[in-house]
Design a protein around this ligand. Structure first.
Ligand code: FE2
Length: 243
């Protein structure tokens, strides 16, 4: 595993695919336990924002597509998938009246919304077994040119997983209806990604995503075998609205 790709250390990354000390059971069971936690948290997010659950699933799907096309290690792909599912968890701290406001936000409201990446990082850091996702949740609104938030870091200083989620997140936001605007077309959204390549987004990630979009029929449904197996286990996969 290339540790430069991520801002957490090897032990934390491997902790995700190994049972922690004292936990009985197979690695598979432990991974499924993590997935169960993540899906539960994602469901809680829907209480204040009815659109966010499906959004997080699609973002995770796109992010996995990108990560696989970048030939990342399986553990890295799973980490990115899980961070994609939880990237907006900090929105639980924002009132639904702000999240679903059918008009422009005030400066104060926008500052509250922006805080969700830091709140999300704090939430994820406290969940045993998911701590390594925290840097990706914190940095998913950083921009490649350094004008993002919360830290204003740029380029390769942003964890690769966060740069991938940023592209997946922006694309899904553009092609989705929001209370304050209508969805853009896929073509227009892809063009916007290209326009913002090198400024807002990592150009390599944009390039891989657009190529993958041309090759994959349903990139928003690309989940890792781990998550797919869990969906099957619960027999809920076909009943989840993700398209
Ligand atoms: Fe976000």
């Amino acid at each position: 595993m290339d540790l430069k790709l991520f801002s957490y250390d090897c032990q934390a990354a491997e902790g995700y695919i190994s049972c922690p000390e004292g936990v009985q059971g197979s690695n598979d069971m432990y991974i499924h336990y993590n997935t169960a936690q993540i899906l539960t948290i994602a469901a809680v997010m829907e209480i204040e924002d009815p659109l966010v659950y499906a959004h997080c699933f699609r973002v995770a799907g796109y992010a996995v597509t990108i990560a696989q096309h970048m030939h990342l290690m399986p553990a890295e792909v799973i980490t990115i998938e899980q961070a994609g599912l939880l990237h907006d968890v900090g929105k639980v701290a924002i009132a639904g009246s702000i999240l679903n406001k059918p008009a422009c936000l005030t400066k104060k409201e926008y500052e509250k919304v922006k805080a969700h990446s830091v709140v999300g990082e704090r939430v994820v850091r406290k969940i045993v077994g998911l701590e390594h996702l925290a840097p990706l949740v914190r940095s998913h609104h950083e921009r490649y040119d350094g004008f993002g938030y919360p830290d204003g870091v740029s380029g390769d200083s942003i964890p690769l997983g966060a740069r991938i989620i940023a592209v997946a997140d922006a694309f899904d936001a553009m092609i989705s209806n929001r209370p304050y605007r209508k969805a853009r077309t896929i073509t227009a959204s892809a063009r916007e990604l290209e326009l913002c390549s090198g400024t807002q987004f990592d150009p390599k990630v944009v390039q891989v995503f657009l190529k993958a979009m041309r090759e994959d029929k349903e990139p928003w449904r690309t989940f890792t075998d781990v998550t797919r197996a869990f969906f099957r286990y619960l027999s809920i996969f076909t009943s989840i609205y993700i398209g």
